[in-house]
Each structure stands twice: as C-alpha cells, then as structure tokens.
Design a protein around this ligand. Structure first.
Ligand code: SF4
Ligand code: SF4
Length: 225
C-alpha cells in the first residue's frame, strides 16, 4: 500500500488560486485506508473549497486511481468533469499522474496529498515501511527483514556496531534490524548467511522511470488468426 499524508490546505488553496470550478478525485484503496482520500475526505475537501469561494463541479472515487482504465471511465461517464478548470486529486502521486495523463492538457491537475512510502499493513491505520522497491531483493539472505529499508543506514552488511542492548543507534526506540536478522536466521538454522558478504547494490536495475510490459496473451492469439 502507498502511504500518503494531506498537504497543508493553505498550499492547496494557493495552487488553486485563479481557478473557479474544481473537480475532485479520491482513491478508494490506499488513500481511503490512510484517511487521506476516501469518501469522507472528498466531502471535507468539497466543503473547504466552497467555504473558500470555489465551486465544486463534482467528485469521483475510483476503486484504484492509478489504474488508467478506471479514471478513463470517470471521464467518459461524468460530463461535469469537462466544466472544471482545475482537478484536485486526493491520491498518491501515481494517481495524480494517471488523472493528469487522461485529463485535457489545458486543465491543471493538482496533488492534494504527499506520497510517502510503500507499506505493509499491520491492521487498519497501522502502516510500516518494509521495502524500498530497490529492484534487487535480498530478503532470501536476511530472513525476510529488509536491511535496505529497516536499517536507517541501509547497511547491506551489518550490523554497524552502534547497536546498544539490541536497539538501533539511530532510532533508539527501534530494535536494530541486523539484530533481528541475526535472531531470525539463528532460529532458521541459517546463521552462516551472516558471514556472506553482500555486494554493492546494482542501481542500474532501478533506473527511472521503471516499466513492466506484460505480454498480452489475448492480443497474441488474435494476431495469429
Ligand atoms: S531488498 Fe528490500 S528494498 Fe529491495 S526489493 Fe527486497 S525488500 Fe524491497
Ligand atoms: S544499529 Fe542496526 S539498524 Fe541501526 S543503523 Fe546500525 S545496523 Fe542499522
């Protein structure tokens, strides 16, 4: 899940300065779970905009706002989007980008949220960063605990020597990621992996923008007919 936080409303109003009619997009998956872009937040944002002299042309809450087909459907079905002279998106950056790509280029599409990180969800409202999407996963050697993400220094060969009583020297409230890796590998009878030297990360595998183009079996079948 992508974790987001609300931008300061003063910054949002400033970005909308000079615009009259605003259309709102939320996202019924990640932003809804973060309480930043679900139904409730869309209603609240519409109210704030009205109180500040804007008209709200309408709103959409796609199930997944970073999914182009779902955003396109809203643009096809909702005439009122075409009347808006700005679109405000309460979703992660990927959602904003998707709406911006589908929208008329003359109409500014603005983010209402800041995108923070990819999280595992312990339960509703409790999110923890566990992966930085490095493109070269080492969790097989580290017992499912990511040193790249969970160690504040990102040490692939740890620990750093600063841990005290098992706690991290950077964040003393948190157990050292490498102490946890050691303990888990020990339980698994794989402690020999602590002696394995991890090579430097190959950052060339994560050159941006990254993309994945899965083959489309249906299209391939048709082309053979
Ligand atoms: S090593 Fe860490 S950051 Fe890289 S893919 Fe695996 S979990 Fe994600
Ligand atoms: S104490 Fe552990 S988690 Fe903290 S920076 Fe050092 S190796 Fe990383």
């Amino acid at each position: 899940m992508i974790i987001t936080k609300k931008k300061d409303i003063k910054d949002i109003l400033e970005a909308l300065r000079g615009r009259k009619r605003v259309y709102l997009f939320g996202c019924d998956t990640c932003a809804e779970q973060c309480s930043t872009g679900g139904k409730k937040e869309l209603v609240e944002m519409a109210q704030i905009l009205k109180e500040n002299g804007f008209e709200v042309a309408g709103s959409s809450l796609p199930e997944v706002t970073c999914y182009r087909q779902m955003v396109l459907k809203e643009y096809r079905e909702k005439e009122e989007i075409k009347d808006a002279d700005a679109v405000l998106v309460l979703a992660c950056g990927a959602g904003v980008k998707t709406v911006a790509d589908v929208s008329k280029e003359e109409v500014p599409v603005l983010p209402a949220l800041d995108s923070l990180y990819l999280a595992t969800v312990e339960r509703y409202g409790r999110f923890f960063e566990g992966c930085s999407l490095c493109g070269e996963c080492v969790l097989d050697d580290t017992a499912g605990i990511c040193p790249h993400t969970e160690c504040p220094k990102g040490l692939l060969n740890g620990p750093c020597g600063g841990a005290a009583d098992g706690m991290c020297e950077v964040d003393t409230e948190k157990e050292c990621a490498w102490v946890r890796i050691y303990a888990r590998l020990k339980k698994q009878g794989r402690l020999h992996l602590m002696k394995k030297i991890a090579p430097p990360k190959d950052h060339s595998v994560a050159i941006r923008p990254r993309k994945t183009l899965l083959r489309n079996p249906a299209r391939e079948l048709n082309s053979k007919k």
